[in-house]
Design a protein around this ligand. Structure first.
Ligand code: NAD
Length: 436
């Protein structure tokens, strides 16, 4: 099939390379000239494992192209996928400006029979609104069929998640359009669920809100574990062995971040307000997460009797999770701000996110080129993102380069045996007894 994708970010690019990998002819369109120029050379503008191999293979096979020209990219497309960003407005609602612009760009070049698929995360009712925009702006002989097809990939494993998804949700009021989209995905051999457009839109928000709530729930359990002397790792393991609960998303830590959970929970909350539906659980999910993101600073303040001024804090990990360079809503942002407020000297290290972090956090903190530089002479270490390199940190090394080894582990990265083998260490994990 000939497929065009508008928006070549994490979702659009992963979808584009995956669809070309399974045999389709894909053209990815983006308004960002810099991004398209890199992609045309086979260079990925985002850090995503496996992306450049996929790019090279499918560009060379002539199945994958990149352009800034809507006319060129949309020519002959049977299916057009909209994958532009839907960021958060100040009031928490989803900002649909990019989607509306993309719909207008698309309408000008649309031909009869093209199926328009919205993959971006959008509030219930958006497919109907976008259809109206397209119909108002396209040639009068053209009618449009919409398909809501939300995306569930995770950054850091985007290609694997696309190629081996748990399910594909296809929402449409038109049987033929839905079947065509199902056929596009058929080589993946992933179960497809057919539903209405509105249910498909809702499935995405309900899923993300549920996962975010699971994270806030286990974080609240972790805080209680600390108070009563239980170990949240064991508690989560014991809970997760129950099939009705499952063991995913039960890792206590310093809260969720990233480009999806925070904004999607807020957008769903905004929808509940708009429709006057009581959904207090969402408010608690957000409140617990806000508190959790600054938990390490609170623990450090307690340990240093309220004084962090002049203390060198090594921040290990900056991206919102490992295997991505994405800094959107990363807990490291709030932690850096709080530490700055208390006069601490922050030295941060991240294996790949440093240049993005510089744009978001700025020069109020120092960025180390390697782990050793960050931890040398630090008064305390904050583990913020559980990158493999950070998980494998030689604890004995800390003893050699720090005056006193004080570790606040926001991701419960280190096993107790390793910590116990190190003399003269103070270790403060989340939801587990501290080792002092
Ligand atoms: P992104 O910001 O990485 O990429 C969006 C891209 O769209 C940008 O490259 C931008 O230049 C481009 N764009 C904007 N206007 C355009 C136009 N008129 N024509 C062509 N291109 C245009 O966004 P993302 O992270 O890929 O997210 C896209 C959507 O998918 C969002 O709704 C998001 O909530 C959802 N989503 C994201 C993830 C994720 O992990 N990132 C997962 C599932 C769903």
């Amino acid at each position: 099939m000939k497929v065009a994708i508008l928006g070549t970010g994490y979702v659009g690019l992963s979808t584009g390379v995956s669809l070309s990998e399974i045999g389709h002819h894909v053209c990815c369109i983006d308004v960002d000239e810099g991004k398209i120029s890199l992609l045309q050379q086979g260079i990925s503008p985002i850090y995503e494992p496996g992306m450049e191999e996929f790019l090279a293979r499918n560009i060379a096979a002539g199945k994958l192209r990149f352009t800034t020209s809507h006319r060129e990219g949309l020519a002959g497309a049977e299916i057009v996928i909209l994958a532009v960003g839907t960021p958060q407005r100040d009031d928490g609602s989803a900002d649909l400006t990019y989607l509306e612009e993309a719909a207008k760009d698309l309408a000008a070049h649309l031909i009869q029979g093209t199926i328009v698929v919205i993959k971006s995360t959008v509030p219930v009712g958006t497919n109907d609104e976008i259809r109206k925009i397209i119909e108002t702006n396209c040639h009068e002989d053209v009618s449009v069929e919409m398909v809501a097809n939300p995306e569930f990939l995770r950054q850091g494993s985007a290609l694997k998640d696309t190629l081996e998804a748990d399910r594909i949700i296809i929402g449409s009021e038109n049987q033929q359009a839905a079947s065509k989209v199902k056929e596009m995905y058929s080589p993946l051999k992933v179960p497809c669920m057919m539903t209405s457009i509105r249910s498909a839109e809702m499935i995405k928000y309900a899923s993300n809100a549920f996962l975010a709530t699971k994270i806030s729930f286990i974080n609240a359990v972790a805080n209680l574990c600390e108070a009563v002397g239980a170990d949240v790792t064991d508690v989560a393991k014991g809970m997760g062995m129950d099939k009705r609960i499952g063991n995913h998303f039960l890792q206590a830590g310093i809260g969720y971040g990233g480009s999806c959970f925070p904004k999607d929970v807020k957008a769903l909350w905004h929808t509940t307000r708009k429709h006057d539906v009581d959904f207090g659980v969402l408010a608690e999910t957000m409140r617990v997460n806000d508190e959790q993101q600054v938990l390490l600073v609170k623990k450090a303040l307690k340990r240093f009797d309220g004084h962090l001024s002049g203390k060198k804090i090594a921040l290990l990990g900056l991206s919102f999770k490992p295997d991505t360079d994405d800094m959107r809503e990363a807990p490291s942002i709030k932690i850096s701000q709080e530490l700055n407020k208390h006069g601490a000297q922050v030295v941060a290290y991240d294996p790949v996110a440093t240049s993005n972090a510089k744009r978001v956090i700025g020069e109020k903190i120092t960025y180390a080129d390697n782990l050793l530089e960050a931890i040398t002479d630090a008064d305390a270490v904050f583990v913020v993102t559980e990158w493999q390199e950070i998980k494998q940190l030689d604890i004995a090394l800390l003893g050699k380069v720090m005056k006193k080894v004080i570790v606040f582990d926001g991701r419960n990265c280190f096993d107790e045996e390793k910590i116990h083998s190190c003399k003269n260490i103070e270790y403060y994990p989340i939801g587990r007894p501290a080792i002092i």
